[in-house]
Design a binder for this molecule. Sequence first.
Ligand code: SF4
Ligand code: SF4
Length: 737
Amino acid sequence: MAERSFVEEVKKLRLGEGEVFRGEGILAVTKALLESGVSYVAGYQGAPISHLMDVLADAQDILAEHGIRFENSASEATAAATLAASVNYPMRGAVTFKGPVGVNVASDALANLASGGVTGGALVIVGEDYGEGSSIMQERSHAFAMKSQIWLLDPRPNLPSIVKAVKDGFELSEASHTPVMLMLRIRACHVHGHFIAGANRTAAFTTGDAVDAPRRDTARIALPPATYAHEQEKITERWPAAVRFIEDRGLNEFFGDDGEGELGIIVQGGNYNALLRALERLGLADAYGRSTIPLYVMNVAYPVVPGEITRFCTGKRAVLLVEEGQPNFLEQNLATVLRQADLQTALHGKDFLAMAGEYTSAEVLKGTRAFLEHYGRIERQAPPVRVPKVIPIAATNAAAGMAPSGVDGAPEPAAMPAPLADVVHGRPPGFCTGCPERPIFSAMKLVERELGPHHVSADIGCHLFSILPPFHIGNTTMGYGLGSAGASAFSAASGKRAIAMMGDGGFWHNGLTSGVANAVFNRSDNLTIVVDNNYTSATGGQDLLSSRATNPTRSTGHAIEQAVRGVGVRWVKTMRRTYDVAGMRDALREALTTTEKGPKVLIAQSECQLNRQRRIKPQIKKAIAAGERVVRERFGVDSDTCTGDHSCIRLSGCPSLSIKPNPDPLRTDPVATVLDSCVGCGVCGEVSHAAVLCPSFYKARIVTNPSGWDRFAARVRSAVIGWLQRRDARARARLAF
Ligand code: SF4
Ligand code: SF4
């Protein structure tokens, strides 16, 4: 296993009643699950909740002590379907995955679960991957909550509030017989803090009890006519029960509301910290939450509690709603509530705040300031002074300690910051140093030279970086594991095959059936390349079915080739070493030109370099400390023979392959160079060989704790090299003469 290890941190999960728990939000969620008496947990990793899965994996002994079943689900749909255990039995269960893409995948199971309702508390912990730093399309899980009538919690991002939300979530679920989503935004997942722990609880009813005494209730199955009854039940019983519970238990919070203020702010719990910071900057609150502007904090984003909205707005001239993301579901909902209550309070939201995008502190400050200025609560600021744009040369001057010049030649203030976009290059994401996926795309570029461009259907995973420079490969991506399905319409008899990419994570997630089996059934002629790097690398390096490592709690070592043959693919080839660029090129050429009909599958194997380094670095360190002989390989470029055309960089893109000034004073082009971060994968050398670029690459072996033989061999080598260099120098001197 190579995912982040929480072995030390999970010891905190044993803290008892009254002890102080300190740590990360994700770990606090696990502790809250233990204190809530869950019978089972499951999930599928993905930012920002990958660490929650890693914590659960590392905490399996503690979970087992409390009889809790833990599942590493095959997909988010599998995880959501696991909650079926709470439909008939009084068992609490929690599942986790990222939102909203994970919720997209899980939506079928979630809709079925929500239709029939639950007996035991069912909690879906959704890591909301929204805003700067997100890796996915920008949408809201809120839409799914509304569509299926699943309650949505969005707690204030601090540990006590998050822990409380977990416990409230189970109780709300049981009180309203409805599954509950707990939305954890990126920042909430990684927030650090402390809370007073409670005792861990062992569930009174376990999954074993359920299996021993099965129960069924056809009224809870999503099948007509029960589905019609479910819809009515949702509206007439479960929804009102939820609203009552939220109100009675005070899940939403009011701050600074003494009924006097004529202005107020309504905020989603998850945006509370950003709002408080904005109010603090405006001198209207302190860091401890004391606000002079009344606040209504919606820790429950759905359902809205009309009574609380009308109570907060009554007597107020205007309220501002801080609702991140679009569409503005809450704003629409609140407008309806106010209209139906015939309240004349003006409702503002995205007229002062951004329609779309993350509500950073700066954005919330801007919108809140505008709202308060508009109603005269704070002084209107003078319009910002227009700062002339600083051109890059000015930034260069500033970096050199010279004052930049203004447009009219007058000196500008030295402290004026240059706009970042002018001086900092955009940095598209790319493969890690030594990534085994890079040579696959280098080989594809080489084949492209021979056969021309192909339509490439990309997939989610590290390999998606190939759509960016320097490779420029990949036309579309439709979702995790859907690379092959995304190429299915191109199974046309055009004489040219479409290429589909898929990672091993996507393959086991759904690609085997949605892509490969679908291609067999539809007699596709396309090529699918499955990148088999041992882990679900993009989500943090978790093991999966085909991982080669032995996992003490999971079954690994199930070959992708066998699975592919099992669903009927006849042309299957496994490349055991992607770093062999010429071999990859030949295999690709064969797959694209063979006369054999039917889908082709090329499995490209090599271990994810990031995980490999995590695995071997401690081993190397230990061996060196123990005085053992350790050999590491590094590559280099001979500056004397490098022509400076940089074609190796264009065909590789390794971050460790860079440029440096040409040491030859007669040549101005910078030469290629290999940085110290090189891990010695050899791809740059392989590429230059396969593409017949140049002979400049060399391999060096760094020997730590050398043996007597190593020292002797080094002395002989340096003597021979010295003699050759002296002879060469003499020859040059004669020529010059
Ligand atoms: S995490 Fe692994 S597979 Fe992903 S880019 Fe880095 S080395 Fe490559
Ligand atoms: S050998 Fe070349 S491609 Fe591999 S890590 Fe080093 S510089 Fe990068």
